[in-house]
Design a protein around this ligand. Structure first.
Ligand code: B12
Length: 311
């Protein structure tokens, strides 16, 4: 039996959020889950039943780790993807927590079976915002979520936090394509999604990407709950510095960050698009017409057809 107060003490000492909920079948989530969810390959059953991942599951412990207080990011790279990949830092924190409180079981962040935000909600880390984010009074939306499915029981369990965005709809209004609508997400309209899919984009998708190279911060930056929480500096280097990266250089420079999993070609594709969308010179991308990567040569060809003011 583990004491909830020990978990809370660990959270306080490490400046993170933490809570725990009994492992049960989350039947109430089954119907609400849209299907399929992009990038997620688990079944609806696996996503709503921790015992399908850990047979003798008794509790799910969830943590929320804030973004660093100060973030320096390249132009076009979302703040959530800047610096060391959160999959690494959250996993390290979960391992420490497991050792420190002897929480046996399996840990995950982002790529695990359960719905991270719903787990965080049940564990009392915050309430669902209109943006779909879990909002916490201390960290706003700016924290990553990880959890442990454990066979250990706790002496007490957390309660969901009551809270709401009230009349505020700043994130809904800020999203340029109306991707978020009161907690529901239409990912086809989400700029973050468009920067993450691989392959050839349509002319319309290219326009929608705007100046983004990976991810999008618009909804988070518009949220009043995030005001003054972190200091963000955008490195104003233009997008051309992505163009000449070889695979090896890409791995050296970005291998430890959250954009690495998408690979160089997708990032260069997005940088070409962002360059033209923000008025960059077409001459800079002409050499990609003969690139051996078919997606890059196609993207350059399509972009050279477009009408941008600065040629
Ligand atoms: C796929 C995915 C995406 C897709 C979105 C697809 C989608 N339809 O959700 C794309 C690529 C677009 C995306 C973008 C981003 N993502 Co993402 N993503 C995920 C992932 C892997 C799965 C999400 C999922 O299962 N969605 C399915 C929906 C149905 O679940 P849901 O989000 O909980 O939605 C429920 C709510 O809407 C709920 N609901 C609404 N109101 C209420 C109220 C109550 C009371 C209740 C009970 C429920 C409820 O009903 C829905 C059904 O359950 C998760 C990690 C994970 N494994 O869970 C990260 C995750 C959600 N992403 C995250 C982040 C950081 C981002 C980006 C900021 C990245 C970026 N910088 O660009 C953007 C933000 C976009 C946004 N506004 O949400 C974080 C969010 C952290 C947080 N504090 O909330 C997560 C949790 C990763 C992590 N471990 O930290 N993502």
């Amino acid at each position: 039996m583990i004491n909830l107060s020990e978990l809370k003490k660990f959270a306080l000492e490490n400046n993170i959020l933490a809570g725990v909920t009994p492992a049960r079948e989350f039947t109430e989530l089954k119907e609400a889950l849209s299907d399929p969810v992009p990038f997620v390959e688990y079944t609806r059953e696996q996503r709503t039943d921790p015992s399908l991942t850990l047979e003798n599951a008794r509790s799910v412990v969830c943590i929320g780790c804030p973004y660093p207080e100060s973030i320096l990011t390249d132009r076009g790279i979302s703040i959530a993807a800047a610096g060391t990949d959160y999959h690494t830092t959250i996993s390290q924190m979960l391992e420490r927590l497991q050792k420190s409180l002897d929480i046996t079981g399996l840990y995950f962040t982002d790529t695990g079976p359960l719905v991270d935000r719903y787990t965080a909600y049940l564990c009392g880390l915050g309430y669902y915002g209109k943006s779909g984010f879990i909002i916490n009074e201390k960290f706003g939306t700016m924290f990553f979520i990880g959890y442990i499915i454990t066979d250990k029981a706790f002496d007490a369990y957390s309660e969901p936090v009551k809270g709401s965005c009230g009349d505020c709809r700043k994130c809904l209004d800020a999203c340029p394509y109306g991707a978020i609508n009161g907690g529901k997400m239409d990912h086809i309209k989400c700029v973050s999604y468009l920067t993450q899919i691989k392959g050839k984009l349509t002319a319309e998708q290219m326009k929608m990407i705007g100046g983004s190279v990976y991810g999008c911060d618009i909804c988070q930056l518009s949220c009043p709950k995030n005001k003054g929480k972190i200091k963000i500096t955008f490195n104003e280097k233009d997008y051309t510095h992505f163009f000449d990266l070889t695979n090896k250089q890409f791995k050296e420079k970005y291998g430890h960050t959250g954009i690495a999993w998408r690979g160089r070609a997708t990032i260069v594709r997005n940088a070409l698009i962002a360059h033209i969308n923000t008025g960059g010179s077409k001459r800079d991308i002409e050499r990609f017409l003969t690139d051996k990567n078919e997606v890059l040569s196609y993207t350059a060809k399509e972009l050279l057809k477009t009408d941008n003011s600065c040629t």
